[in-house]
Design a protein around this ligand. Structure first.
Ligand code: NG1
Ligand code: ZN
Length: 529
């Protein structure tokens, strides 16, 4: 036990309130910041173990993304920049919930199960968002790493995808890029400049983009990046954290769920706008038309724009490779139909949570995945990356131009996880290359009107789902009731599922008209009670 003396001593400084139970969910641990100190310390311990277990650097990000300022959370990042593997999510939950006098027993159990050699070195990267609680909570993580004699590097204020990028760079010995914020900017800026280099005659109006930074870390980082875009993109930054509250009436989640523009943005008809979320891993676009109607371009529209662009390039380059778009049940029915029927792309549906989408996207040469809420990215197989590299070297003329566009698209995309900054630059580059306005992008297909609602129930876990969360299996009779309600609405579709991040049941409905979608969502909510 002598080897755990420091853990015992330090854990007394981060005591667990007796009886408190939390779960490592789709977004790690997430709750009111006052309940997280012991969880943070223990995630520092776990990261030091995971690092020894994988013989690689592990990341720990302190953030609660789009949740209100008072909340916070923590997620672990695995060696290639991906989400923590499921077995270790179970360890995370057990470690977080161990009562004070059981902590060492649970720790030893994990060490034994995974045959961890404590004499190995451990390396952990830590990052945090701009919440007022993030500074002290990330200190608790660092305490945990040190207590198990791990080495830590504190990146301070970074977006979630920036930390994922650092971890991946470090574990691939710089092959993915330099593991610094500067290295991240350098890679993205270079790829963006190359992509937009030959786009002729764009007016300032076409280069203008209004960005809502959700009063968070994304705004802070954009302020560093924008002056270096060399006038290729003219960004007006709103909700930039100088006055407003994080995620309050702004940010990607607010815009997506409320289907309206954020408070504080000064948008005129036709202006191209986008919103980040609180940790910079989600993005949605929007504009308002001459009649003042709000138009949202969510993750589904983004996936369509990107996959159409890449598919065309692949065809022009003569590369015959498999490509798929991965969605969740929240994807608008029109987007699925367009991708399948018009674009002839493979479309897959998975459970909510990016780790599920990421996993399926890895099965293809190009896997474009986006949640409707704007969280997503594109994955390229190693085989494809190599073919593109070869083509850049061996071809000339038009084929070489296309191969170079593909290469720079690969470099611009953060393949580790959804990234608002990287996605934004890619979207802007595609619109520029295709000479497309936001209205033309929006017109690719028309969304079915839809509505999302939250229902508070006494125990949301009684709802169990199947078929990528599109059907319920319990409680008995609920699915039949939903089917009966859906039948009454033209083009109706609806499903319910327990949220993994909030204590609510989420209801989704879409139908031919907004009135019909609203009515269906309301009727299904009543069936859930
Ligand atoms: P839950 O609370 O499980 O619905 C939400 C989002 C997910 C994902 C996670 C993690 C919706 C409907 N759900 O999950 O897509 O982003 O948060 O942040 O947007
Ligand atoms: Zn987020």
């Amino acid at each position: 036990m002598a080897q755990f003396e420091e853990v015992s001593k330090k854990s007394e400084l981060h005591p667990k309130p007796v009886g408190m139970v939390q779960q490592y969910g789709t977004a790690g641990f997430r709750t009111h910041a006052d309940h997280l100190d012991h969880v943070m310390f223990r995630m520092g311990l776990l990261a030091a173990l995971r690092s020894r277990n994988t013989k690689a650097t592990i990341g720990v990000m302190v953030t609660a993304s789009h949740n209100p300022e008072e909340d916070n959370g923590v997620k672990l990042i695995d060696p290639m920049g991906e989400m923590l593997t499921p077995v270790w999510e179970v360890y995370a939950t057990r470690l977080a919930n161990a009562e004070q006098d059981h902590l060492l027993t649970v720790l030893e159990d994990i060490i034994e199960k995974e045959s961890i050699d404590l004499t190995q070195e451990a390396h952990v990267f830590v990052g945090k968002d701009t919440r007022s609680s993030s500074a002290r909570l990330s200190e608790a993580v660092l305490d945990g790493v040190t207590a198990l004699r791990g080495h830590s590097k504190d990146y301070g204020l970074v977006t979630t995808p920036q930390l994922h990028y650092m971890v991946c760079c470090c574990n691939t010995q710089g092959e993915y890029g330099q593991a610094s914020v500067e290295g991240y900017y350098h890679k993205l800026l270079q790829a963006f400049a190359e992509l937009t280099k030959y786009v002729p005659n764009r007016t300032d109006d076409q280069k203008c983009l209004l960005v809502d930074g959700a009063n968070g870390i994304g705004a802070l980082k954009l302020r560093e990046l924008v002056p270096r875009l060399q006038g290729e993109l003219l960004v007006s930054l709103f909700c930039d954290s100088t006055s407003g509250k994080l995620n309050h009436q702004c940010g990607a989640d607010f815009v997506k769920v409320q289907q309206k523009s954020p408070k504080g943005i000064d948008m005129k008809a036709g202006d191209r706008c986008c919103s980040f979320d609180g940790d910079g891993d989600r993005i949605v676009y929007y504009y308002s038309d001459a009649e003042g109607h709000f138009h949202l371009l969510d993750g589904d529209k983004i996936a369509t724009l990107i996959s159409t662009f890449l598919k065309e390039l692949l065809t022009q380059a003569g590369l015959d490779l498999n490509m798929a778009v991965v969605q969740t049940a929240y994807a608008n029915g029109s987007s699925t139909r367009y991708l399948q029927d018009t674009m002839k792309l493979i479309v897959k549906c998975t459970k909510t949570g990016v780790k599920h989408l990421h996993h399926v996207a890895q099965e293809f040469d190009i896997g474009v995945y986006f949640e409707a809420n704007g969280h997503g990215t594109v994955l390229f197989s190693k085989v494809l990356e190599e073919k593109i590299r070869q083509l850049c070297k061996d071809s000339d003329g038009e084929r070489r131009r296309v191969a170079t566009l593909l290469k720079n698209s690969v470099d611009l995309i953060n393949q580790t996880v959804g990234d608002a900054i990287s996605d934004m630059l890619l979207i802007e580059a595609i619109l520029a290359i295709r000479g497309m306005t936001v209205q033309q992008w929006d017109a690719i297909y028309t969304d079915l009107p839809n509505r999302q609602l939250k229902v508070k129930v006494s125990d949301r876990r009684v709802i169990e789902t199947t078929d990528a969360e599109r059907k319920t299996v319990s409680p008995a009779g609920l699915q039949e009731a939903i089917d009966g309600l859906v039948e009454k609405h033209r083009q109706g579709r609806s499903f319910v599922r327990p949220s993994g991040t909030e204590d609510v049941v989420r209801v989704y409905a879409e139908a031919e008209t907004q009135e019909s979608a609203d009515a269906l969502a309301h009727e299904v909510s009543l069936a859930v009670y």
